[in-house]
Ligand binder design. Structure first.
Ligand SMILES: Cc1cc2nc3c(=O)[nH]c(=O)nc-3n(C[C@H](O)[C@H](O)[C@H](O)COP(=O)(O)OP(=O)(O)OC[C@H]3O[C@@H](n4cnc5c(N)ncnc54)[C@H](O)[C@@H]3O)c2cc1C
Length: 411
């Protein structure tokens, strides 16, 4: 038997949930189903490495909408339904449990899966990733019996997790393969500052360091061996080395894919009636000079969901807004705006020594992105200046002149 819906949304994360919300807000009257692989109703992912991991926020406060919202808005929410196949010609998807769902339009919002260690040892007990509520609940159980934690990856997730666990009194080591922290997402000034902060909070930061294998005793991880032969004792290993976008069912039926599924400005894949949004989508972005880019942020998932919902309701598209992101690492409040792609220098505002400053990334004498550290006022100001093209000159005037030091970019 095939269950039929006008719109099927695959994935109940930020993108999927907000698509359903936006469709109803736009007055869409047809039937909507969200099929999600997880056991839970849509919830916010950012607290997983912060307040939820720390035990400061109960799961109920993570829910994107109250439980009754979905039924009240006539949105069918099917948990435990992982879509494994698409029949684009018959407009039908099949889930792992063997159920077929027919659609008029499909919105693929399946996000990404946490990358596993490619070396040996990932399957040992005590080795974790931080992507879903279930991941963190498993981690909570192991945290109770663990003191020494090794975190693979010095990106946002690794550092947020490291900060939270240090705050809980754990002894934390971060292993990062590149020569600096946050190397994919921030410039060297921010990397150096963040490294100093985490070290001063007791985190052992190992840069240019590669994990060769995780070893265990009786099936449980007990040691991480680095490529240079050093062996580090560990009760818990947390792997925060990025995600792989979930696009395989789309690729199999002919969608163009790379590091994600390629969509146009309206979120359309190359397949008829199939859209894709959020962490799994590669889209040309005006703030990246039209380059295809895959963004992992709540703002991006929510904005793309609005674009697709408007398109499905026949409404005119609205222009993309400047991308922004935040990360909380204990007392560190990082906020970033714009894309620091191919910048040629950094200009620092404020005083790094007192821990409140911003870094403007400059290309051809124009500010293209700004990182703010414990400096929400600059973030708010930058966001409004970025948002109005007529204010570009003011943005440059405000952020091109350094108040402390100017650095040329080292990579
Ligand atoms: C620990 C953590 C902290 C973060 N912190 C921040 C932050 O501070 N700020 C910020 O902006 N962003 C943060 N992010 C990133 C942000 O959460 C993501 O960018 C956002 O969740 C992307 O939304 P999405 O809908 O594209 O994907 P997701 O939220 O990942 O949702 C995808 C959903 O689809 C489901 N799914 C996958 N495959 C299938 C399938 N085949 N069939 C059915 N369902 C499927 C998944 O189980 C999941 O529920 C964080 C992410 C994590 C993991």
């Amino acid at each position: 038997m095939t269950m039929q819906f006008d719109i099927i949304i695959v994935g109940g994360g930020h993108g999927g949930a907000h698509t359903a919300v936006a469709l109803r807000q736009s007055g869409f009257k047809g039937s909507i189903a969200i099929l999600t692989a997880e056991a839970d109703a849509p919830y916010e992912r950012p607290p997983l490495s912060k307040e939820y991991l720390a035990g400061r926020k109960p799961f109920e406060r993570l829910l994107i909408r109250p439980p009754e919202f979905w039924a009240d808005r006539a949105v069918t929410l099917r948990t435990h339904e992982r879509v494994v196949a698409i029949d684009a010609a018959r407009r039908q998807v099949t889930t792992e449990s063997g159920v077929n769902f027919g659609y008029g339009d499909l919105v693929w919002a399946a996000g990404g899966e946490a990358r596993r260690l490619s070396c040996g040892g990932h399957d040992l007990d005590g080795v974790h990733t931080v992507r879903t509520r279930a991941d963190v609940d498993r981690l909570h159980r192991d945290m109770a019996i663990s003191e020494r934690v090794i975190i693979a990856g010095g990106g946002y997730i690794g550092l947020e997790t490291a900060a939270t666990l240090t705050g809980l009194g754990k002894q934390v080591t971060v292993i990062e393969a590149s020569p600096r922290l946050l190397s994919r997402v921030a410039g060297p000034s921010i990397s150096r500052f963040v490294e100093r902060e985490h070290r001063s909070n007791g985190i052992d930061v190992r840069l240019s360091s590669v994990i060769d294998r995780v070893e265990g005793v009786a099936g449980r991880a007990c040691r991480v061996v680095l490529a240079d032969g050093e062996s580090l004792s560990a009760d818990l290993v947390i792997v925060g080395i990025g995600i792989d976008p979930v696009v395989e069912p789309l690729r199999i039926v002919g969608a163009a894919t790379g590091n994600g599924v390629i969509v146009d400005e309206l979120g359309m894949t190359m397949l008829p009636n199939i859209h894709a949004i959020g962490d799994c989508a590669l889209q040309p972005h005006p703030f990246a000079s039209g380059r295809l880019i895959r963004i992992e942020s709540v703002q991006n998932a929510v904005e793309m969901s609005g674009t697709v919902a408007r398109a499905l309701c026949g409404e005119a598209p609205v222009a993309r807004s400047v991308p922004w992101f935040w990360s909380h690492q204990n007392d560190l409040r990082l906020q970033t705006i714009g894309f620091a792609l191919d910048h040629d220098r950094e200009v620092i505002h404020g005083n790094m020594a007192d821990g409140r400053f911003s870094v403007a990334y400059v290309r051809d004498d124009h500010v293209i992105a700004i990182d703010c550290v414990n400096d929400p006022r600059s973030f708010v100001e930058a966001r409004s200046l970025f948002s109005a093209p007529t204010e570009n000159q003011r943005l440059d005037q405000r952020f091109l002149i350094s108040t402390s030091e100017t650095t040329s970019t080292e990579r």
